[in-house]
Design a protein around this ligand. Structure first.
Ligand SMILES: C[S@@+](CC[C@H](N)C(=O)[O-])C[C@H]1O[C@@H](n2cnc3c(N)ncnc32)[C@H](O)[C@@H]1O
Length: 406
């Protein structure tokens, strides 16, 4: 790639954080060529000059490059956790306040609308919450504001009663006014400045953006998200992004496949200099204990749980050792149950036994070759081991699966 393309890459990294290795050379050349044609500019060097001087043209190029892939109730467990959190933790202590949720990037709107649908089916009234959707792409926001979707936006096959939230006409699904009233959309580059006195949110969904950013921008975004989130609030990320959250005051929530973190206060530190004048290494004091999310005890009539359901509930309550034992008992009776291996893998991962986790996810995939959740977990493990190539192969497999299902 010549120098002009490299400069364009640098500009994209600086302004929107897009990692040069995340776009792909072919994709970049295609996007630049399309824009050159639209502007009637022959030389890449001249197009670069236009890009440097015109914010509008820069936006047009961004529109060509961003990936707007999204669908309703993507990682549906995230929405179950949201409802559970609101019901058991947020509402009891904030009954007179408004729950504020941010979905950034929101792309074409399926994510913030899914949040609104979830909360309208919770004990909250419509006055008790607001959802804001932000994205850099004007094209995506135009679709979001219209709220009309096709089949491709419905890939999560769960028990959501879509009729309740859409007016359906042939293959067009129009979001009802009651849902649209709950969501406000605005254009925003997450990396741009946020006012110092900006009111923080109770919950932030920032899913499938961090993976596209270079390391510096990723750190910047994480610092911004930290500032934008209240203590005790939840941050949801994408499955493959869980390895990127490293701040110790963000604690991973043991709620399978929700991929969420809860923000705890950063504890006061000991003085950095001892009375004798010897510098001490920076240490965080133990974090204040806060109520952690747990699934409520099942009512009496549900006590006849299968061993796998029991294992899942124990895992949800953070009782990992017992959950693992229960899962192993289940697998003795059901040696070809891919779900059992997936759960045992998740439990092993939460216990820090990554080798066993890997073995379990592979076994699950062996038993059920198109098992998306197993593939996602393996991507995460490969990435955390620095096996970028191995992770990329698996991500392609997931992409092919999604295309097939879409
Ligand atoms: C794959 S979509 C994710 C949508 C949704 N959060 C989800 O998980 O389904 C990625 C979105 O990030 C947006 N985006 C990329 N860079 C951004 C930035 N710097 N600030 C805000 N949005 C950005 C793109 O326009 C695109 O709509």
């Amino acid at each position: 790639m010549n120098q002009d393309y490299q400069r364009i890459e640098q500009l994209l990294a600086k302004k929107i954080g897009l990692g040069p290795d995340k776009v792909g050379q072919r994709q970049l050349i295609k996007a630049v060529t399309t824009r050159q044609k639209a502007c009637g500019i022959n030389k890449v060097s001249d197009y670069l000059k236009r890009l440097q001087s015109s914010a509008q043209e820069f936006q047009e190029l961004v529109e060509q490059l961003v990936i707007r892939e999204t669908w309703f109730f993507r990682h549906r467990q995230a929405f179950s956790l949201l409802r559970h959190y609101v019901q058991t933790e947020w509402l009891p202590s904030h009954s007179h306040q408004t729950l504020r949720i941010l979905s950034v990037p929101c792309s074409t709107g399926e994510e913030p609308y899914s949040i609104a649908m979830t909360l309208l089916n919770s004990p909250l009234t419509s006055q008790q919450f607001t959802v804001e959707g932000m994205d850099i792409s004007h094209t995506a926001l135009t679709v979001a504001k219209k709220g009309i979707y096709g089949k491709n936006s419905f890939r999560s096959h769960d028990q959501v009663d879509y009729k309740q939230f859409f007016q359906v006409e042939q293959n067009r699904y129009q979001i009802t006014q009651s849902i649209r009233n709950q969501v406000k959309f605005s254009a925003k580059n997450l990396l741009s400045a946020w006012p110092l006195n900006y009111s923080p949110y109770d919950v932030i969904f920032c899913r499938h953006l961090l993976i596209y950013l270079d390391e510096v921008s990723r750190d910047r975004v994480l610092t911004i998200l930290d500032r934008l989130l209240k203590e005790g609030g939840l941050l949801f990320v994408g499955a493959v992004e869980t390895t990127l959250i490293k701040a110790p005051h963000f604690r991973f929530m043991s709620y399978p496949s929700a991929f969420a973190y809860q923000k705890f206060p950063i504890a006061k530190t000991e003085p950095l200099v001892t009375p004798l004048g010897n510098p001490k290494p920076y240490q965080r004091s133990p974090l204040k204990k806060r109520p952690s999310i747990s699934v409520p005890k099942p009512p009496e009539k549900e006590i006849q749980l299968s061993s796998l359901e029991m294992a899942q509930q124990l895992a949800n309550r953070g009782k990992l050792k017992e959950a693992a034992q229960c899962c192993q008992i289940h697998l003795q009776g059901h040696p070809i149950d891919a779900k059992g291996y997936l759960l045992l893998g998740e439990i092993s991962q939460a216990q820090g036994n990554l080798e066993e986790a890997q073995r379990c996810f592979q076994k699950a995939l062996y038993l059920q070759p198109n098992y998306r959740d197993a593939l996602i977990h393996l991507v995460l493990l490969r990435e955390s081991e620095g096996d970028v190539q191995g992770a990329a192969i698996l991500k392609n497999r997931i992409q092919r699966l999604d295309n097939l299902q879409g």
